[in-house]
Design a protein around this ligand. Structure first.
Ligand code: NAG
Ligand code: NAG
Ligand code: NAG
Ligand code: NAG
Ligand code: NAG
Ligand code: NAG
Ligand code: NAG
Length: 403
């Protein structure tokens, strides 16, 4: 019971802080356009945000004037069915080349998209869609208030409402013998955040956007209610017969974030895990919802950088980072990868932990053979000593120590 008491105290504190936010000021409308052209000059990256007014655009492009060939800016969306974690949709929009993100192995273009579809029966498909070489292709991103809209020539776009609480991602296209078309809808279930601060934290300070050195992160949807409807049509080239596979779920969990850097991905981290999980009390799906987002990174020097964010039924109760620590001194977030699962332990308060085990159950996507994988799985955990939790998770593991 003591865990619940402490939780209520924390909830009270948060409500007081957020009451200061005035909804009056808004980041003005901005439009960003990109053509598919490799850019070879030095650029600037944004590593700080000023917490001066509430309606700041979280998704806005962070590389100025635009990504060059050794930098990247990417927008990631996922949704997974809680009732069957085999079923998921992952869409990533890139302004990046394969010199900045090595797992984009056949791309020398600067605008591209990944689509991973995993089906209820456990089958899957992954598409990497690149702008055509030779100057064709473009991307537009538009921000106004916290939300954003975009269109990529690749048959994909995302759109949000003004405050960024509702997103719709649409993808339509064809590759070799496949045609795909569908929609992923995400509706906010936890407050937007930067690596170590809530977006609603209006202290007027400048805060860091780096979750580890030279890796920028914003996370406007740390948890979302997700629904998805996708159709994949497969044509058998020999018989010319086609078959259809569909993804359709309503009551899923979703996530959306943005990551960027002014340097190639392998120079930033040798290892990372980033993921999200929604938990509810064991045997009670209508009980309190717990959401955790974690980032655990090990830089090239072997130092650990962690971020942990927990919300309960849509209210933030813990958002904290630890930076530049040696593995033995980690306190906030202990992360362990085993052959078949990951184990996460987050410190809530003295002697009070959220502990979760997530099996590597459904293999969603492999971005680089043996180096970068994404999984979904049914999680089990405990909160404090008494509360048992279970739920669904989507996470990735990248180990580039050998690259
Ligand atoms: C891209 O920009 C970064 C940061 O200014 C710079 O260090 C790097 O050399 C640039 N890359 C190219 C290919 O110009
Ligand atoms: C605060 O961050 C903004 C970018 O959002 C930057 O323009 C400004 O120079 C920063 N201020 C300080 C004092 O660092
Ligand atoms: C990028 O892709 C091009 C063409 O597919 C290939 O020639 C090149 O080696 C790749 N570069 C890297 C760094 O993977
Ligand atoms: C999920 O996929 C696996 C194969 O990877 C399959 O064995 C299992 O039956 C599927 N689960 C459901 C609920 O269909
Ligand atoms: C995105 O476009 C839709 C439809 O035009 C509009 O209602 C919405 O406000 C736009 N979102 C933002 C963040 O500007
Ligand atoms: C499930 O949780 C809700 C909300 O916390 C509570 O009202 C309800 O009584 C719980 N149901 C069971 C069977 O424990
Ligand atoms: C990364 O992979 C290497 C070799 O495959 C392994 O020795 C190392 O322990 C892994 N790193 C982590 C943090 O698990």
């Amino acid at each position: 019971m003591c865990a619940t008491m402490k939780l209520l105290t924390l909830l009270g504190t948060f409500a007081l802080v957020s009451a200061f936010g005035s909804p009056l000021n808004t980041e003005p409308r901005r439009d960003y356009g990109y053509i598919n052209e490799l850019f070879q000059k030095p650029i600037d990256a944004e590593w700080e945000a000023a917490l001066t007014y509430p309606n700041v655009a979280l998704d806005k492009p962070r590389l100025i004037p635009r990504p060059n060939v050794t930098s990247f800016d990417m927008w990631y969306f996922d949704g997974v069915n809680r009732a069957n974690i085999n079923e998921s949709v992952t869409v990533t929009f890139y302004l990046a080349t394969n010199a900045s993100i090595p797992f984009r192995s056949d791309s020398t273009t600067s605008i591209s998209l990944d689509l991973a579809l995993t089906f209820a029966d456990g089958t899957q498909n992954f598409f990497q869609i690149n702008s055509a070489i030779g100057g064709y292709g473009w991307a537009m991103i538009h921000t106004m208030g916290p939300g954003s809209n975009s269109t990529f020539t690749l048959g994909a776009k995302w759109a949000s409402n003004w405050d960024g609480t509702e997103y719709v991602v649409n993808v339509e296209g064809a590759e070799r013998e496949h045609r795909f078309e569908g929609e992923l809808k995400l509706s906010s279930a936890a407050p937007a955040r930067y690596p170590c601060h809530l977006a609603s934290d209006l202290t007027g300070r400048n805060i860091s956007l780096e979750v580890m050195p030279k890796l920028g992160w914003t996370n406007i949807l740390p948890d979302a209610r997700a629904s998805a409807k996708f159709t994949l049509t497969n044509l058998d080239l020999d018989t010319q017969e086609s078959s259809e596979q569909t993804i359709a779920f309503e009551n899923g969990i979703g996530f959306h974030d943005q990551l960027w850097s002014d340097r190639p991905f392998p120079l930033i981290a040798q290892y990372w895990s980033r993921g999200h999980v929604r938990l509810s009390p064991f045997g009670n799906d209508t009980g309190a919802m717990w959401s955790l987002v974690w980032f655990h990174g090990i830089d090239r020097r072997g130092k650990v950088h962690n971020s942990a964010y927990i919300s309960a039924s849509g209210t933030s109760i813990l958002l904290d980072c630890e930076k530049d620590v040696v593995k033995e001194k980690v306190e906030l977030l202990e992360f362990q990868e085993m052959d078949k699962c990951v184990r996460i332990k987050v410190k809530l308060q003295e002697e009070d932990y959220l502990e979760i085990d997530i099996p590597k159950e459904n293999f969603v996507q492999e971005l680089t053979a043996n180096h970068y994988e994404r999984w979904s799985g049914m999680a089990q955990g405990t909160l404090g000593e008494e509360v048992e939790l279970k739920g669904a998770a989507m996470f990735e593991i990248m180990n580039m120590s050998k690259l």
